[in-house]
Design a protein around this ligand. Structure first.
Ligand code: SAM
Ligand code: SF4
Length: 351
């Protein structure tokens, strides 16, 4: 077992992976019901007293920052729904050692909050947009408003929360006909673009029990982009090293957005099914109920909430975290649809 120390070894697992990145699901609630993420109805929200408080989240982040944690991403559910989200951002940004605070959001509500969040210390946002067709967007999100999301994207650009990364979960027969048009919208001058470069990431649909769609493998998405332009590896600098690949797409002239001044867009692929990135996984996930997930595919125990509420000292809390990290599995087993489904509910895990 790793022993907690000041040197960061507490966040190294038995395969030598150093964990510097924590995703925190700050709420399991959401104003959308995306078909790939949540059931249409019957979802039971966690009672408020089972959700980590701001103070508990900040304490866990502080203890982990003493062992090498550097980056925190707030997610959910929809993090903008968490009461006091700007003060939570400010408190996390003030933790010594934390040098990057980001958020993944559906951007419904970001038009009002982008400025205050940036002022509170938020550095960047990732925004989920799976379609640019308003009716389809409303169907995939079960009631979402594309107009509100586009206003949120614009506000995030204006507040300097960039480079903005847009996440598109690609599902066969649902939105895979928008693979190239979504990239074109991120080109300079495009609907989703701002002054700073906008990055598009294609995400493979992950099977969670009860929410089946057909995945489109990253390799097939690349082929479709190549058929409509030129795709190459792009090793350029980009904040937030993660599982996404770094590539650049230059569309054939007919795909260019009107008025585009630069011809290419950064794209990336997050392909947990067909291109495992488990071997270089540097992330931990703090679930809304205090469980620390070392791997998206598995639940882990105990809940840090229970450890905290049991009166643990910082050393005891760090020891509990170190134990969980040391038990991190080599990787998940979900390979294909019909194979092993991921465990749990995405809104508690945070993607
Ligand atoms: N509500 C915010 C949002 O939608 O961006 C943050 C939470 S959401 C759970 C985080 C990310 O998980 C989103 O980019 C979403 O597209 C992704 N996601 C949810 N369910 C997924 C699934 N079954 N497969 C792949 N990605 C999924
Ligand atoms: Fe809500 Fe995000 Fe899940 Fe959609 S993907 S239901 S916006 S948590």
């Amino acid at each position: 077992m790793n022993r907690p120390t000041d040197t960061g070894t507490a966040l190294v697992d038995r395969f030598g992976r150093l964990h510097t990145y924590l995703r925190v699901s700050v709420t399991d609630r959401c104003n959308y019901r995306c078909t790939y993420c949540m059931p249409a109805e019957g979802h039971v929200w966690l009672p408020r007293n089972e959700v980590l408080s701001h103070e508990e989240i900040v304490r866990i982040v502080t203890v982990m920052a003493g062992s090498g944690l550097r980056r925190v991403r707030l997610t959910g559910g929809e993090p903008l729904l968490r009461r006091g989200i700007t003060s939570l951002v400010a408190a996390i940004a003030a933790v010594p050692g934390i040098d990057d605070v980001s958020m993944t959001t559906n951007a419904h509500g970001l038009a009002e909050l982008a400025g205050p969040l940036a002022a509170a210390g938020l550095h960047r946002v990732n925004i989920s947009v799976d379609s640019l067709d308003p009716a389809r967007f409303a169907r995939l999100t079960r009631g979402g408003q594309l107009g509100a999301v586009l206003a949120g994207v614009r506000a995030a650009h204006e507040a300097g929360l960039g480079p903005i990364k847009l996440n598109m979960v690609v599902m066969r027969g649902e939105n895979d006909d928008e693979i190239t048009s979504m990239a074109a919208a991120c080109l300079p001058g495009g609907l989703l673009a701002g002054a700073e470069e906008t990055v598009l990431r294609y995400i493979e649909y992950m099977p969670f029990a009860g929410r089946w769609h057909e995945n489109v493998p990253a390799g097939e998405i690349r082929e479709r982009l190549r058929a409509a332009g030129h795709l190459e590896v792009d090793a350029g600098d980009l904040p937030g090293v993660g599982p996404a690949t770094r590539e650049r797409w230059t569309p054939a002239p007919r795909e260019s957005a009107p008025g585009a001044s630069a011809p290419s867009v950064r794209v990336g692929f997050i392909a947990p099914l067909t291109e495992h990135f488990c071997a270089r996984c540097n992330r931990l996930r703090l679930l809304v109920d205090g469980h620390l997930r070392t791997c998206l595919g598995y639940e882990s125990t105990p809940s840090l909430r229970d450890v905290l509420r049991g009166g643990a000292t910082d050393d005891a809390l760090l020891a509990a975290i170190a134990d969980i990290v040391s038990g991190k599995p080599a990787g998940h087993l979900a390979e294909t649809e019909g194979g092993t489904a991921f465990e749990g509910v995405m809104t508690s895990i945070g993607g």
